[in-house]
Design a binder for this molecule. Structure first.
Ligand code: MG
Length: 167
């Protein structure tokens, strides 16, 4: 019998302000830099965009509904743990990620050397193949708040699938 699946796509974006005296967390890893992303959690804009894409694809709203930034228990939260919570929620509805495409928009630091680590981290957290996670890094050509180095943003696209229950 052929397996049959239904598929859903989702997109997500996020942006956080760069400030001194914070570790820079992006894509689940810490990147050496003199500033970090300000946020109620650890400010990992890449994982936040990814979570919004996953929740959106599953029709489950957004990260703010699941983890309100007014809630004290998410203060300084590790976004990797938040992503695991999203994965568990998706699993309840039997969704599994097929692939992820993630863009980090940052003028500095240069993220090329860290893309592999981000892919490994995300693939490990979601328990999917490394090849199913793509990470791209782009500068903003000096334009706007990202170009001035005041913020880092991220955009994510995902595809989810689940088995159609046979009758
Ligand atoms: Mg965020």
């Amino acid at each position: 019998m052929d397996l049959q699946y239904e598929y859903r796509t989702g997109i997500g974006t996020d942006i956080h302000r760069l400030v001194p005296d914070r570790p820079l967390k992006l894509g689940g890893i810490e990147i050496p830099f003199d500033r970090g992303l300000l946020g109620h959690s650890d400010g990992d804009a890449a994982l936040h965009a990814l979570m919004d894409a996953l929740l959106g694809a599953a029709g489950l709203g957004d990260i703010g509904m699941m983890y309100p930034d007014t809630a004290p228990q998410w203060k300084d939260a590790d976004s990797r743990a938040l992503l695991l919570g999203v994965k568990e929620r998706l699993e309840k509805d039997r969704w599994e990620p097929v692939n992820i495409d993630l863009i980090v928009h940052a003028e500095e630091p240069k993220l090329g050397p860290f893309k592999g680590q981000m892919r490994r981290c995300i693939a490990g957290l979601l328990d999917i193949d490394f090849a199913c996670v793509n990470v791209k890094a782009k500068t903003n050509e000096g334009l706007g708040e990202i170009g001035r180095g005041e913020a880092i943003a991220a955009t994510a696209a995902v595809l989810l699938r689940r088995r159609i229950r046979s009758l």
